[in-house]
Design a protein around this ligand. Structure first.
Ligand code: NAD
Length: 454
């Protein structure tokens, strides 16, 4: 399996993918080792994760360079991702002890009642490439702390980063059998689904998530899916600072070249502020520098996957054919990089794919609305349910709108952010189950209820 640099199409490395037989061996080794891992004192497992946390900082230069080389994100964003992953690990280190401590629910009476939390066993973690550190630590850190073994399949587009993660965890004291990397593409993922894990934790697209849910449905083990989105953002007519709002929208749809699950994917602007908003947005978009992701001045790199440029071109073509207009488009950079120019479309509607299908690129459609009711109806017109954002100056008005959203996360005067302290969850086609927050620690254990008469 060749690892290709999306900015240059240079072959970075060649990897031998796992087979059904090698995955089976890794599963058996993980199963055999898991009991001893769980039997270790809790503090010992925390100490391993603490060492991993420290190694991420010490080796940030190397790790960021690898991440940029294989997924194409600007080097500053690669560094930010590693720093963000460390913040999440720090949160888990701080909160896991209390969250997993045994509880006495009924201390007195003829029957005392206690609660303990046990690991699931061996879990499969099939991961995405767009934030391999962030979506990775959401799963494998709480899983390892709780005493699980992890079969970790990084995306085929982030394999070198996956290998760094495995190396650093092993150097930090996590036994190789307890954190085992499964290399390969979707075929390796499918093979991983054949081994009888005690839980399946997936981050990726709705299409793959649906296949995974179907494949493991009969096993009666947890299956968590963190999937895509078509996240709306609504700018209300009472918005206080239109320039700052335009800046937030711009960053929300182009950070990581728009390849974020919670990227702003469509925008609704109330008519009285539409012109001022568009003027500010286009002016700021024109200042964005696209190019070589290794340069410190670059804000927008190439896309990660080769087919994505044609996919976005097709969304734009369809929208234009149906009456959309280009309010702004950056210069098109020539191959070999998988570059797509920053593109802002207006005169859009929900008959167009750009307003209904996940774009996953630096492309946005902006639609004018007249009332909150119209905005709510359009924001809700999606099978996805990851996040929704409102910008304005009236919290009561925003609350009413956001309460109506069928999404796992809502934002007022912010967007495209994730906090380790809050559960991260999707509804509908955006998935099921939560990572992060206390719910994201408990996702990797099963409760045992003790009815105790002495
Ligand atoms: P993808 O579905 O193409 O691949 C994800 C993983 O699944 C990869 O490791 C891949 O090798 C594996 N895979 C592919 N086919 C498989 C199969 N049949 N069986 C088992 N495994 C298989 O997704 P992607 O392109 O890596 O990631 C982008 C998607 O992920 C976007 O839709 C994005 O919104 C979503 N995402 C969601 C979150 C979230 O937290 N909700 C976070 C990041 C990304």
């Amino acid at each position: 399996m060749q690892i290709i640099n999306p900015a240059t199409q240079e072959v970075l490395d060649t990897i031998v993918p796992d087979t059904q037989a090698s995955i089976h061996q890794k599963f058996e080794a993980a199963k055999a080792a898991q009991t001893a891992w769980y039997a270790r004192p809790f503090e010992e497992r925390l100490a391993c994760i603490q060492r991993f946390y420290e190694a991420l900082a010490l080796q940030e230069d190397t790790l960021a360079a690898t991440l940029t080389a294989e997924v194409g994100k600007p080097l500053t964003e690669a560094r930010n991702e590693i720093k963000g992953a460390r913040l999440r690990i720090a949160w888990f280190l701080q909160h896991s002890t209390a969250a997993l401590a045994p509880e006495t629910v009924t201390p007195n009476g003829p029957t005392q009642e206690h609660l303990t939390y046990e690991p699931l066993g061996v879990i499969a973690n099939i991961s995405a490439w767009n934030y391999p550190y962030l979506v990775g630590v959401n799963v494998f850190i709480p899983a390892l702390i709780a005493g699980n073994a992890v079969l970790y399949k990084p995306s085929e587009y982030a394999t070198l980063t996956g290998l760094h993660i495995a190396r650093l965890l092993h150097e930090a004291g996590v036994p190789p059998a307890i954190f085992a990397l499964v290399a390969g593409n979707g075929q390796a993922g499918q093979a991983l689904l054949q081994v009888p894990c005690n839980g399946y934790f997936f981050t990726g697209s709705y299409a793959t998530g649906q296949r995974i849910a179907q494949a493991v449905a009969g096993r009666m083990v947890p299956c968590q899916l963190e999937l895509g989105g078509k996240d709306p953002l609504y700018v209300m007519d009472d918005v206080a600072d239109i320039t700052a709002t335009a800046a937030a929208v711009l960053e929300g749809f182009m950070y990581n070249a728009g390849q974020s699950c919670c990227a702003v994917e469509r925008v609704y602007v109330q008519r009285p502020v539409y012109e001022a908003f568009m003027e500010a947005l286009v002016q700021q978009a024109a200042a964005i520098k696209q190019g070589n992701p290794l340069l410190p001045t670059t804000q927008l790199g190439p896309l990660c996957r080769p087919g994505q440029v044609a996919f976005l071109q097709q969304q734009v073509k369809q929208a234009l054919a149906m009456g959309a207009q280009i309010a702004y488009q950056g210069a098109t950079l020539p191959p070999p990089g998988y570059y797509f120019p920053l593109t802002i479309l207006t005169q859009v509607h929900h008959g167009m794919q750009v307003m209904t299908e996940e774009s996953f690129g630096p492309l946005i459609g902006i639609q004018v609305v007249d009332t909150d009711a119209e905005a709510v109806s359009l924001m809700q017109d999606t099978p996805y349910g990851l996040t929704a954002a409102v910008y304005g100056s009236n919290p009561q008005r925003a609350r009413q709108i956001l309460e109506a959203m069928h999404t796992g996360t809502v934002y007022f005067n912010c967007c495209d952010r994730v906090s380790p302290a809050l559960p991260w969850s999707g509804r509908g086609h955006s998935g099921m189950g939560s990572t992060l927050g206390l719910a994201g620690i408990k996702a990797f254990v099963q409760p045992k209820a003790w009815h105790w008469r002495v």
